[in-house]
Design a protein around this ligand. Structure first.
Ligand code: PXG
Length: 437
């Protein structure tokens, strides 16, 4: 493409001018690979940003999508519905942790987060606890880019331009990253779980439980550079929320659908939240969609008013879009049929071994991995945060592997169909590149 043709597009979360000087384009995808317009093959180490769990261009999904778009392209979601919406809700509830048996649909993770936060606030209000308005997030958290999501989020660049416009009254738990004690952990880090979670007890003491609506956390934080919950952390958060009548929301936008080795991280870590937010792999990335899984007691609380009144004044034109639902149903069928929800467990040995082999390389200050996720933290070069990791990311792309860079961390999260040879290739390229950077 010519430089002039690149101008009109404003790319999200991208250094636009740098990108347009040297664009990286992909134009085809299948299975574990992308191809550039020139035909260069690139191993997808990111599942297209955590989306394509079953790999790219699955024919079952493409056929389901084309059948649906021909049959009924769109239908309004308010006061009317269509069978695929119910089918996808039922399929999700079937694999969800027990008790989370209602699904509300959105189009993205950001919308799922804002929906869950709004449900939490409304839930307390309709139950007569209107004072519970405070939302608790966590340092280094990523919950999308809506005002709710950036309020509870904890990544400074995503917040600072809008710091005066965030939702009022929010507070944040400390993040759980503890390099001094937990560097090079395999699986869940040993240290600090209970102690980090007990910070919630201090926020309750500071603000009083009667002002707190909900706590939202990513069970494994992704965007901030792969933070795996230390042992006991999520359990302790659950206990404290229960003690004080606070709702616990797991943002499973990246951990949902087998990424950790269970369908949801809630099951993997044996902690059941009150709501789960979803997106990305819900349709294998084929069509935008997201959703919130909600506990029955929350749904029931809304169903108390006089019949005929709308219980929740919230929803999107594209909630439960028929084409997204068709993609979602087909994706879930593949995940189940091919055992993808638990495949990360089978590959865990090979994954951990390959990731931790990078430990010996220069400038690698941490390797952390869980399920089919890994984060490799690098020492910043010349005091410039992120510069070395960005170089690694660029060189990996040139060498034929797509990875993700965030700060000083390289994150990888391939499609769950990856095999042991591809794992070796991915970490092999990463290793060679890190040596040069
Ligand atoms: N919650 C979490 C936990 C996410 O990871 C969102 C919400 C927002 O989803 P939408 O669909 O609105 O983008 C996300 C998004 C990365 C990376 O590098 C991850 C995301 C977005 C951009 C980059 O890991 N996740």
């Amino acid at each position: 493409m010519q430089r002039a043709e690149l101008e009109a597009l404003w790319l999200p979360f991208t250094a636009n001018r740098q990108f347009k000087d040297k664009p990286r384009l992909v134009s085809r995808a299948e299975g574990m690979y992308y191809w550039t317009p020139e035909g260069r093959k690139i191993l997808d180490g990111t599942a297209g940003l955590w989306c394509c769990a079953a790999g790219h261009a699955r024919t079952e999904i493409t056929s389901a999508v084309s059948r649906q778009i021909a049959e009924m392209d769109y239908a309004p979601p308010f006061q009317i519905a269509h069978p695929p919406a119910f089918q996808l809700a039922n399929a999700l509830v079937k694999i969800a942790p027990a008790g989370l048996d209602h699904a509300f649909f959105t189009n993205s993770g950001s919308e799922a987060v804002d929906t869950a936060l709004k449900i939490a606030l409304a839930y307390h209000r309709i139950r007569g606890e209107a004072g519970r308005t405070r939302l608790i997030g966590r340092e280094r958290a990523y919950h999308g880019v809506g005002f709710g999501g950036i309020t509870v989020g904890g990544m400074v660049n995503n917040r600072k331009m809008w710091s005066a416009s965030l939702l009022p009254g929010a507070d944040h738990l400390p993040h759980t990253h503890d390099l001094a004690r937990n560097a090079f952990s395999r699986g869940q880090p040993e240290h600090g779980g209970v102690e980090f979670a007990d910070a919630l007890e201090r926020l309750v003491a500071l603000h009083d439980a009667s002002s707190i609506a909900a706590v939202i956390v990513e069970p494994v934080a992704g965007s901030t550079g792969v933070l795996i919950p230390p042992r006991g952390y999520l359990q302790r958060l659950r206990e404290i929320c229960d003690r004080h009548g606070i709702l616990l929301i797991f943002d499973e936008v990246i951990t949902g659908f087998g990424r950790t080795g269970s369908a949801f991280a809630a099951q993997e870590f044996s902690v059941v939240p009150d709501m789960i937010t979803l997106a990305k792999a819900i349709t294998n990335g084929a069509v935008p969609a997201g959703g919130v899984l909600v506990k029955r007691s929350i749904y029931d609380a809304f169903m108390q008013g006089p019949p005929g009144t709308i219980e929740l004044f919230h929803g999107y034109t594209f909630s439960a879009h028929p084409v997204a639902c068709a993609a979602g149903i087909a994706a879930l069928q593949i995940y189940e049929r091919d055992g993808l929800m638990t495949r990360a467990k089978k590959l865990e040995g090979a994954w951990q071994k390959a990731a931790h082999a990078l430990r010996e390389l220069p400038n690698v200050i941490d390797v952390r991995a869980y399920g089919l996720i890994a984060g490799i933290e690098l020492a910043p070069r010349d005091g410039k945060p992120g510069a070395r990791a960005f170089d690694v990311y660029l060189k990996c792309f040139e060498r034929g592997a797509m990875t993700r860079q965030t700060g000083d961390v390289i994150a990888v999260s391939p499609p769950l169909i990856i095999d042991e040879t591809e794992i070796e290739v991915l970490f092999g390229i990463l290793g060679e590149v890190i040596r040069q950077c």
